[in-house]
Design a protein around this ligand. Sequence first.
Ligand code: SF4
Length: 710
Amino acid sequence: DLNSYGSNAANLTTCCYCGVGCGIVTSKDKLGRLHVEGDKNHPVNKGMLCSKGMNLHYTVNDRTDRLLYPEMRYNRNQPRQRVTWDAALERTAKVFATLIEKYGPDSVAFYASGQCLTEEYYVINKLIKGFIGSNNIDTNSRLCMSSAVVGYKLSLGEDSVPVSYDDLELADVIFVAGANPAWCHPILWRRVEAAREKNPDLKIIVSDPRKTQTCSLANVHLQLNPGTDVTLHHAIGRVLIEDGKIDNDFISNHAEGFEKYRTTVFERTVAEAAIVCGVAEKDIRLAASYIGNAKGFITMWTMGLNQSVIGVNKNLSLINLNLITGHIGKPGSGPLSLTGQPNAMGGREVGGLSNLLPAHRDLLNPEHRAAVEQFWGVAPGTIAAKPGLTATEMFEALNDGRLKAIWILCTNPLISLPDVRAAEEGLKKAKFVVVQDVSNRPETIRYADVVLPAAAWTEKEGTMTNAERRISYLNKIIDAPGEALPDAEIICRFAKKMGYNGFDYNSFAEIFAEHAALTAGTNVDMSGLSYEILKEKRTVQWPYPKDAEGYGTQRLFTDKKFYTASKKAIIHSFSDENQSEKLSPDFPLILTTGRIRDQWHTMSKTGKVNKLKQHISESFLEIHPDDAEKRSIKENDVVEIFNGRGNVRVKAKFTTDIKKGVVFLPMHWGKVLNSDLNRANNLTNNLVDPKSKEPDFKFSAVEVKLYKKA
Ligand code: SF4
């Protein structure tokens, strides 16, 4: 039993890339350099690591670009000077206090990351919501999974992933929607590959406008037009109803909203839906027949659904397929949203977004605000009732002057935000910018007034939660270079400079204990956990209340009681209309962006590893040969992709694996040698889902023209 060991070993940690959460064993050579290998005893990866994970040690051994000392400047035309920690934090506290006094608490903001450890998220959230009195904290997780959060809340009553990875091995149908786990969550996909080897009857359905590596395992690939996912899910729902393949007992006793759903999905015939989606009707029916005959049915998705102006509806329409078939709360069945970042889930647990409170409490609920205020020992009414600014709103507010100061930590927004040139204008206008990071990456840091050096992975301890609610403790294994400090310590030192009580922790274990205590009695209860238990058990899944035994909760909703007021799951109904940017004769192509196999986010870590550049070494435009021919473009020509927001120049790569009318750019590259012409987000638009505020990275109107012949 892989779960039944605990070692207290000081060399164990967890991969800091994607949300799969693979266990890693570290060792040091004679020169003190770190080495990594997959943890054979870890229940997630059972010894396996993907190309990114197995090269992680290079990212900490190579310290050439590390920030070593606090730096600041009073004039952005001057270079930054090295200063002491006290000087940097005292100045930052003075500026923040002055701005808050003059313009109010909402004049400052923190923009953090799904790579922060849970303890770091917790103290930042506590600082701004409980002491500064603003909800202006958001993270790059807003760009990644906020549509899934809202989808779960609306359908299941709370942001709760019901399944475990083990369920993938118990399913006989897996529907991968808008995701390429073969490249982006590789170890999880290897488990699916192994499950297929054991069970050749395992059916895999993939929906994606691109024929990706994941499709090589698919029984049916629904190569849909971008933005038509809801239409597709509705059509599958209709076939399931028509064929009598729904779970009437579950619908009657454990769900609400079915009648309206039936009416909605019957508004379009399957043949009409097939035309809208650009897929064959028979393939929709085939996918539905697999689902209808499944004993275990998992839906699995990421950015293709989340990063959309209708991202919440895409999530809900997929979850509906689990609900109408009763495939939830039992082995091998349920929805499984994958997270792009290692601790996006931990951030959700502590309420680290501008519209959340700790332990999945509701910011708009006065009783919930009062409970958190009481716990933190702050005056009633301290936590503002109004949600704070989200990721994209922060940069808009810098642009129009509402927001004066921003503290950016552990993320590189001037590559990752949509419509990034507009975001850059915002940062230029900010009165005060603090950048707290590991590496001296130029894109964002060039606008910093104060730079704070942070400790990297393995240089600090803390916890993370992966996509299946699995909490792991990460050891501090090596010392941070120079004067770099753990992020949580930096925030606590700053809070004390601001004169706030409540940040006098003696250890990171104390921060975790406080966070865990705040979850007591909630659905995310982990009050039975401590560093001691996590070190002993290595990893457990929440909920883990005081009296918990074993390794936590593998599966939610086994009693069919959901977290809604009625205890029933909600089947939501809505139009399938896409609200994305409209194409035009000037900009007739749909740009979609995404990851490649061996790079991660803005390449601040993976970009350091030569081995990882061997797969794909430079940015490129994926384009269908027919679309290229119309524009007199040959393979490897340098092309310019452009629209009203900006342009990108990269080589054209021909493929028939992408739909005609759609082009793809990888999201990773940013500025090179002072040119930003390989930055995909020069072109993406600033439309967001109205409920989740997640941007529409998968659908921007562009045109492509020849720039230079190969
Ligand atoms: Fe790390 Fe994800 Fe690869 Fe596992 S699958 S080694 S968590 S990047």
